[in-house]
Design a protein around this ligand. Structure first.
Ligand SMILES: [Zn+2]
Length: 444
């Protein structure tokens, strides 16, 4: 499949103009840069780790080509750089005194900091990827912590992405595992989109769907070979990450690549104030299994027999949900933003009545479609195990009770409609959780 899918996707987006993905492309960094920023000076950004990986090499190339005359901006290697707003301002300040194109050498954090800082200064930038750790290289928006919680700031994706497979494969393997968790998540995220469409909430965009789902299974197959860094498998995997980010750029929203599993990981990330021990993708991977397991329980229900009137009557009121949110969070800004997100999807009586009636009427077809889409939870767990990911909460110092709580709370933090809402609105969430966590259940 090689880069033809990426070429096709690039034709549909406006921010990223080129993705150079292959072995040994670091050597071509300057010519790639020149193709897009002909003669404009460059400013290299890295941290001590990525500077030694290939940042210095690129810096020397830029100097030799007379494309930079100023010192590179190199953040300390430890403690690990954190994607917070202070660091965005710090980088912005350093960039402000120069003219030129930021060329950032790094992965999630460095890319997000540069993405937002460049946007504030009205500049395009280029990223040289150092790990296949997430799908955010090609996505618009930066995930930055401000005022004590993680938020997504709107900003354009990089103009150029350079991904040298030799460099990515040399990164610590747990970073690849993290990328794998972030990519396999698109399977359940896709199911959530199908549910949202079926419930009349958010129609599936065929182009975005094909971009992210079209080659997904191909990109996540054979995690054991991924671990041994088989070239073909590794390249397909990185292409999957790039396509996922491009889809978000195209769709101008995260729906195509983010569902209940991302809500659970956001819930865990929300209150982190430093770089977490467990990366985004590892948390997402665990939450992906959790979502797949909940789907299986929900799909065992026969909603053709749903007592719609009673279910609507039993659904919690706005006040009850607001109280629940205040009980869960302590940061007033988090409470405010969470309440507004959650109330945006709150179904009033008539809406819920209509929604559940549609579900009841079309349940067989919805169920059949979801069964085609979803990877079974046990297989998902095996694939993530093979990829070296986290597959049980105790591998990230969380208990089964913490996971159960995340199932209940994650849907309350964003307006996105997912399987968590489906379970809650049909009144089967607690029953499903009992089955998942009781002896003999999936999580026992
Ligand atoms: Zn993600």
């Amino acid at each position: 499949m090689s880069n033809s899918n990426i070429r096709k996707a690039l034709n549909k987006v406006t921010e990223t103009r080129d993705i150079v993905l292959s072995n040994g492309v670091i050597e071509r960094a300057v010519s790639v840069y020149q193709n897009h920023f002909d003669g404009v000076p460059a400013i290299l950004i890295a941290d001590e780790n990525t500077f030694s990986v290939c940042g210095e090499e690129i810096y020397q190339q830029l100097r030799a080509a007379n494309l930079t005359s100023i010192d590179p901006i190199v953040f300390p290697g430890s403690p690990m750089l954190y994607a917070n707003y202070d660091n965005v301002l710090l980088l912005e300040e350093k960039l402000r005194s120069t003219i030129g194109v930021p060329v950032v050498v790094g992965s999630g954090t460095l890319n997000d900091l540069t993405k937002l800082a460049s946007h504030h200064l009205g500049r395009e930038y280029m990223v040289v990827c150092t790990a296949a750790s997430m799908d955010g290289y090609t996505a618009s928006g930066a995930s930055i912590s401000r005022d004590g919680f993680k938020q997504t700031f709107a900003c354009p994706a990089p103009r150029i992405v350079l991904a040298d497979l030799d460099v990515l494969m040399k990164a610590p393997y747990k970073m690849t595992a993290s990328g794998y968790g972030d990519l396999i998540a698109k399977n359940v995220a896709g199911a959530d989109w199908l549910v949202a469409e079926a419930m009349g909430i958010e129609p599936v965009d065929k182009t975005a769907w094909d971009m992210v789902q079209g080659s997904l299974l191909n990109s996540i197959e054979n995690p054991l070979l991924l671990r041994t860094k088989d070239h073909v498998i590794y390249q397909r995997f990185v292409e999957g990450l790039m396509l996922s980010g491009l889809t978000l750029q195209y769709y101008k929203g995260s729906r195509p690549a983010s569902g209940a599993e991302h809500l659970m990981s956001h819930l865990w990330e929300m209150h982190e104030v430093a770089h977490g021990v467990y990366s985004h993708g590892l948390k997402v991977g665990l939450a992906t299994i959790a979502s797949a397991a909940l789907y299986e329980k929900v799909l065992e229900r026969d909603f053709q027999k749903l007592d719609v009137e009673k279910t609507v009557k039993d659904y919690p009121s706005r006040d009850q949900i607001n109280e629940e949110i205040k009980r869960i969070h302590s940061n007033p800004q988090v409470i405010e933003s969470t309440i507004s997100q959650c109330m945006a999807k709150y179904p009033d009586r008539d809406v819920l009545l209509q929604r559940l009636s549609v579900l009841k009427e079309n349940w067989q077809a919805i169920k059949a479609r979801l069964l085609v889409q979803l990877i079974p939870a046990s297989k998902m767990r095996q694939m993530l195990t093979d990829a070296g990911c986290i597959t049980h909460p105790n591998q990230m110092e969380k208990s089964l009770d913490d996971l159960k709580t995340a199932y209940r709370q994650a849907r309350l933090i964003r307006s996105r409609y997912t399987v968590l809402d489906l379970a809650a609105e049909t009144g089967c969430m607690e029953e499903c959780l009992d089955e998942l966590f009781s002896p003999g259940g999936f999580w026992s």
